[in-house]
Design a protein. Structure first.
Length: 439
């Protein structure tokens, strides 16, 4: 049997076409995988977060303990008022002839400040004087008649004792004597009446010169030249004279602070007109009734507290506003510490604070530990506290860490243009941290 030889040129051709198809399929698959990888990386792939950096050491925040002055006081707002003043009034009715002073003038006690022309006519005085002279003449005549009647009665009495006169003559002389004596008394009464009227009229005319009752400064004038003063208006003040060398401070103190005040305690104040200056006095009186306009319809109750202040240079004026402090306690050159470092008190009233290392560089180390220290506190106010024991000046106390919690806050509703926004209320009491120099 004869075998025909195979055509060897056709086999490589067939294998070459199949290989190219496989190669093409593999390349297409690789391209599809690459494209998918790129799409996945572009849209879904999220790289892992970088590792957190190691925190740097945070230095301790501290406050230095130092020496200084501290004061605990009750704060109040007030006004300056006149301490001693007098209202000048007219004592007669009439027309003001002249006003001799103006507001601001200094006057001495007894100086004439207003002159008045009285409505009392001069003819009345002359008529009363003439009537008085007539009565005095009648009195002289009547006294002469009385003397004669007394003499006749004495003679009739002697004759009666000798039975040398009749009873009717004796009784007639006695009645004449009594009648003359009665007429003398009646004329004396009329004379006293006229004299009283004349004295009153003369006193009235003397009041036409209105005099200053005290020495001081004229602070108001209501009188004017030509003004008529009727009998019912003699109590209306013509002017006011005040002694400005001493003024009264009227402070409004909240009811919660009133029990802390005591008569005679030191009080001082400042006023916007003289920044950096202060004036002091001693508490004189706490008015035991609420101040006007306070304590009604839910309002806070205030009480007026009064004390006087010397004003020799007359720098201060009535009506000036004042910021008053009533000193409850004070200490000078003591160890003090900011109140914000104290925290909450212990059961025994002491406080525990953290005291840092005395070496400032050590406080910048990452693991620096502060030392706990128990301290006792004396006088304190809103800013500073007196340290009685446990700390020395120069030591550094660690400021407590403040944890801030951030919460989602809804947006505030819009405020209508016609709705007023209430202002913040001022505190009624605030202890003093720093004290200006006294004057």
């Amino acid at each position: 049997m004869t075998v025909e030889p195979t055509d060897k040129s056709a086999l490589p051709t067939a294998l070459g076409h199949a290989g190219r198809r496989w190669l093409t399929a593999i390349l297409a698959l690789l391209i599809a995988l690459g494209a998918g990888f790129l799409i996945w990386k572009a849209f879904w792939y999220k790289p892992p977060p970088p590792p957190a950096p190691k925190p740097a050491p945070v230095p301790l925040q501290t406050e230095v303990v130092r020496r200084g002055d501290i004061e605990q006081a009750v704060f109040a707002n007030g006004k300056l008022q006149l301490h001693k003043y007098s209202d000048v009034v007219a004592q007669v009715s009439g027309q003001i002839k002249d006003v001799l002073v103006m507001v601001g003038d200094e006057v001495k006690s007894g100086k004439m400040v207003v002159e008045i022309t009285p409505t009392l006519p001069s003819a009345r005085l002359e008529s009363n004087r003439a009537q008085l002279a007539k009565l005095q003449a009648e009195l002289a005549d009547q006294r002469a008649q009385l003397d004669f009647a007394e003499l006749q009665f004495k003679r009739q009495t002697q004759l009666k004792a000798e039975n040398a006169t009749r009873e009717e003559s004796y009784e007639s002389s006695r009645m004449s004597m009594y009648s003359a004596s009665a007429r003398v008394e009646a004329i004396n009464a009329q004379i006293r009446q006229i004299e009283a009227t004349l004295k009153d009229d003369e006193l009235t005319r003397s009041h036409t010169q209105v005099l200053a009752p005290i020495s001081g400064t004229v602070v108001s004038v209501a009188a004017r030249t030509g003004q008529m003063i009727n009998p019912g208006q003699t109590t209306v003040p013509l002017m006011r004279i005040a002694d400005l060398s001493r003024l009264t401070v009227q402070a409004r103190v909240a009811e919660i602070d009133v029990p802390l005040l005591r008569k005679g305690m030191t009080a001082y104040f400042t006023t916007p007109g003289y920044p950096g200056k202060r004036w002091s006095g001693k508490l004189r009186q706490v008015i035991p009734v609420p101040a006007d306009g306070s304590g009604e319809q839910g309002k806070q109750t205030f009480y007026n507290v009064l004390f006087e202040v010397d004003n020799p240079q007359e720098e201060l004026m009535s009506g000036m506003s004042t910021q008053v402090r009533f000193v409850l306690a004070q200490a000078h050159d003591v160890v003090i510490l900011p109140v914000k470092l104290l925290g909450k008190p212990e059961a025994d009233g002491s406080y525990v604070v953290k005291v840092a290392d005395a070496n400032p560089k050590a406080n910048q180390q990452a693991n620096q530990q502060a030392i706990l220290r128990k301290i006792k506190i004396g006088i304190h106010n809103d800013q500073m506290a007196q340290v009685l024991s446990g700390l020395e000046p120069g030591e550094r106390v660690v400021v407590p860490a403040v944890t801030t919690v951030t919460a989602a806050t809804p947006a505030p509703a819009p405020t209508p243009a016609s709705t007023p926004i209430p202002a913040a209320k001022n505190a009624t009491s605030s202890p003093a941290a720093s004290v200006p120099k006294a004057h």
